[in-house]
Design a protein around this ligand. Structure first.
Ligand code: TYM
Length: 345
């Protein structure tokens, strides 16, 4: 691990949406395209995928489908510093999780916002079991990061607390056992590195107070990367706004309108402040929606054309080679930890 590592993972419990695309995929892919001086790890945390109930019959294929999405989004598979892999194909992730578990407080995990939100959702659904896996989710995520000594982790705003925990457990282990782990950069340093003011949060089109989420029951709230472009445009046209009748970028007071402005900036790759200045004070929400709907349509048509030309076989052979290389890297860290905690000499 000579190069500084940039790493992120996207679960495969469902199709990916534009929040996943802009929050995590695009930032790492931009780095992969332009910066050979970093090691780029883009993986599918398939073990994280069933911390809440899923259709297990489709998990394996969904994982491969998501890897193809990475390539369609521009991940340069031909570069030697770029690695794709499946978490469950690298057993060190599970092994390190167990060790970290024994240094993690139950209270710490109970306090995680995402755990609390998902817990409420589960207890109000048919399947009422809140699994140990859900509670343990952040520890597995910390293992995903620490095994490769990753410094930069592009994630959406909802993962900030999990990154903070990763830093905490790394520092805790280092204090007890000496220099075991590279501590990932702080949220501020990460934002600076990825040129962001703050972590990205694309909002639900139906309930803009909430984030856009793939586990959302209402399909109208999410634009999936494989949505038919005209259906996606219709979702934008029916997005919830407000009754103020004036366009302003103010996520607190006007979350729906601000979300549309944010989507327009991202989909057209224009700076947010320019988009905001163009629309500031205008009164027609219909026109704004029309512009976002057109940009969405164009984005999806382009993306899906690229997806249809991805060579599946090439992805598979690259995946297998990368998994061998990443097993070697991950095992080096794991063995160091095993020695430190007294399991090996
Ligand atoms: P997942 O699959 O739930 O989300 C994948 C990424 O998409 C981001 N994201 C969003 N960004 C902006 N707006 C949204 N509405 C939105 N919805 C989702 C998430 O923040 C995430 O970056 N726990 C991770 C998966 C993971 C991981 C890791 C990430 C497992 N191990 C190690 C980094 C490093 C997650 O949320 O996956």
């Amino acid at each position: 691990m000579d190069k500084t590592v940039i790493l992120t993972g996207l679960r495969a419990n469902n199709d990916l949406h534009i929040g996943n695309y802009f929050g995590a995929m695009l930032p790492i892919i931009k780095m992969a395209k332009n910066h050979d001086e970093y090691q780029i790890n883009l993986f599918v945390p398939d073990l994280h995928s069933f911390t809440t109930p899923i259709d297990h019959g489709s998990l394996y294929e969904q994982t491969l489908a998501n890897l193809r999405l990475f390539v369609a989004a521009g991940l340069p598979l031909d570069k030697a510093n770029v690695y794709i892999y499946r978490q469950s194909f690298i057993p060190a992730h599970s092994e390190l999780t167990w060790i970290l578990d024994c240094f993690t407080g139950i209270g710490e995990m109970n306090r995680m916002t995402q755990f609390k939100d998902k817990q409420v959702k589960l207890t109000t659904s048919v399947d009422t079991r809140v699994s140990m896996g859900l509670l343990n989710y952040p520890v597995l995520m910390a293992a995903d990061i620490l095994l490769y000594s990753a410094a930069y982790i592009p994630v959406g705003d909802d993962q900030k607390q999990h990154l903070e925990f990763t830093r905490d457990i790394a520092m805790r282990m280092n204090a007890k056992f000496g220099d075991l782990f590279v501590v990932p950069k702080s949220a501020e340093e990460q934002n600076k590195f990825f040129s962001l003011d703050q972590g990205l949060r694309i909002r639900s089109l139906v309930e803009p107070e909430k984030k856009m989420s793939k586990s959302e029951d209402n399909d109208k709230s999410v634009i999936f990367l494989n949505d038919q472009p005209d259906i996606a445009s219709r979702k934008i046209m029916s997005a919830t706004t407000d009754s103020l009748n004036q366009i302003n970028y103010n996520p607190t007071k006007q979350p729906g309108v601000s979300n549309l402005l944010q989507l327009l900036a991202l989909l057209t790759a224009q700076p947010q402040n320019e988009i905001n200045a163009n629309w500031q004070g205008k009164t027609s929400y219909g026109e704004l929606k029309q512009a976002v709907a057109e940009a969405t349509n164009k984005f999806l048509v382009d993306f899906q054309a690229k997806l249809s030309s991805v060579n599946h076989q090439e992805v598979i052979s690259r995946l297998e080679a990368n998994e061998t290389a990443m097993n070697d890297q991950a095992n080096q860290t794991l063995q160091k930890v095993q020695r430190a905690v007294g399991l090996r000499q």
